[in-house]
Each structure stands twice: as C-alpha cells, then as structure tokens.
Design a protein. Structure first.
Length: 302
C-alpha cells in the first residue's frame, strides 16, 4: 500500500473512531445520567453539576481510546500487518534511556516556557485578524474546558484525571502519532527527520490550540526522536506521561494549597534559565542518541 494511501486510510480510521467513540460514550452517558446528562455538556460552566463533569470526562477518555489507540492498533495489525515495526512496542532498549527522558523533560521546562510565552504573543497581519479572532476563541474555549476538568476536590478526582489526562493520552497519542503517522511520513519522505517533524506538526495541529502550537510541536519532536533513535515507543510514552502528569500534579497540589507555585503563571524563569535549559537539553539529547546507537550496534552484532 502506498504511503499517501496509508495516510488517508489512517485519518479515516481515526475520524470513524471518534464518531464511534462519541456514539458509544453518548449511549453510556444517557444510560447513567439520562438524556439531560448528555445535553448538559453543551453548556460548560464553572458551576456545572458533577454528572455533567463526569460525562465530559467519559467523552474525553473515549476520544483517546476510540479516536487514537484503537485506530492505531487496527491499522498496524490488520491493514499493514506489521504491528511491532509500526507501533515500536519492543522493550529491547537500555533502561538508561528512561532516566535520560526524565531529565530531558525536567531540564527542558524553561525552554518550553520560553516557547509558550513567545507563541502566546503571536499576532497575525491585519488581513488575517478574523482568523486570529477565531484562533483566540478556540484557545479560550479549550482553556475553559481544561480549567473545568482540572478542578479536583478529592483524591478520586485526581486519579480519574491522571487516567484521563496523563495515562491514556500518553499511550494512545504516541501509538498513533509516533507509532503510525511517523512511520508513514518517514517512509513517504525517505527521511527519519521529516518523519519526526511532520508527525510532530500534525500532533500539535490536531489539538486546535494555535497559541500553544510551537511548544506542543517541540514536545512532539522530542517524543519522535525518543522513538526513532531507541526503536521503541515506550520512552516517548514516558516523556508524554511526565509532561502531562507533572502539570496535573502541580495543579492538584496548588489547589490543595500545599505549594505556592501557580501552574497558570506565564513567567517563572529568566533568560539565563532559558539559555541553560537549551544547552542542557541538547547535551542530554545527544547522550540519548549515543546510548541508542550503541545499543543498536550491539543488537546488530548479535
């Protein structure tokens, strides 16, 4: 099957999965909360009842499972019939890579903040002001939904959010973007780098939060090289989980007033921290690549 056809088919599978997931989750919500529980989701607000918030979370988790994870597994196993090469589910990689992923995600925090601040200040030309307003409205809506979903009044809320925001997206999104789309783009362009960057661009764009496009794309690049160099999806899954999970934990601790660090603050570091972050992230990335190459050479020699 040609790579353009693979790309088109995977997109169709993902869209079909989203519709199917929405239908299944919608039926599930109606059974539990009634028709009003489903229709109430259309009117988001800070004072929405627990049933509506739970319905939103069910839909969110359903989109991860049916829109990303299921299409990726189906595509790799049934269509391409190469589940291990496409999804890169091999665990044959040095455990040191997981430690490097942890430190890369840690030291790149100032770099991400710098990109977030830069992206937030994006201004389009006068001729595109209508597009900019639409993008701002999309951003505000997404921020409002995130703020509502992140309100955690108990440890049970936290654990549900951990599953919804950190665990499921880390697995599902990595399987489809780094597992399938990156493989397609790499084969299509005959370049690992193009494969990584194109899948990262698609990964960022699919969130429809344009004023966070750059930092999310860089995260996609991180996860893409984690997978490409190690030959396994799992380092990228860990990086994805750490990124989402850390934000969730910080938000939870702040809501409990156990820490004073406001996760919504836009400026926590200075230019010295930014410079140091870029340098350290680059060094750790080169180390990650070197360790991966050494492991690959050993496997080839066996």
């Amino acid at each position: 099957m040609s790579y353009p056809l693979q790309f088109l088919l995977l997109v169709l599978l993902a869209v079909a999965g989203l519709f199917l997931g929405g239908l299944i989750c919608g039926i599930f919500i109606v059974i539990i909360y009634g028709v009003s529980g489903f229709s109430a989701m259309m009117n988001m607000g800070a004072d929405m009842p627990a049933s509506t918030l739970n319905s939103l979370k069910i839909m969110q988790m359903g989109s991860s499972v049916f829109g990303f994870l299921a299409p990726a597994i189906f595509f790799a196993k049934v269509i391409v019939r190469q589940p291990v090469p496409y999804l890169k589910t091999s665990r044959k990689f040095p455990l040191m890579l997981l430690l490097l992923v942890f430190f890369i995600m840690l030291v790149s925090s100032p770099l991400m903040e710098m990109l977030i601040n830069f992206n937030q200040k994006m201004v389009l030309p006068q001729a595109l002001k209508g597009l900019e307003r639409w993008m701002r409205n999309m951003e505000d809506t997404a921020s409002q939904q995130t703020e509502i979903l992140l309100k955690m009044k108990s440890s049970v809320n936290f654990l549900v959010n951990l599953l919804m925001i950190a665990i499921l997206p880390a697995i599902a999104e990595e399987f489809i973007f780094r597992g399938c789309f990156q493989q397609i783009f790499t084969g299509w362009t005959k370049s690992i780098h193009w494969g990584v960057w194109l899948s990262a661009a698609l990964f960022s764009a699919i969130h429809f939060q344009f004023f966070g496009l750059l930092p999310r794309m860089l995260l996609g690049v991180f996860f893409g090289y984690f997978a490409a160099w190690s030959g396994s999806i799992w380092p990228g899954v860990l990086g994805h989980f750490l990124n989402n999970g850390t934000a969730l934990v910080v938000s939870y601790l702040y809501q409990l007033k156990l820490i004073k660090v406001n996760p919504d603050e836009q400026q926590m570091f200075d230019w010295k921290s930014y410079s140091f972050s870029i340098l350290l992230t680059l060094i750790l990335f080169l180390t990650y690549k070197k360790v991966s190459q050494t492991q690959n050479q050993r496997l080839q020699a066996v």
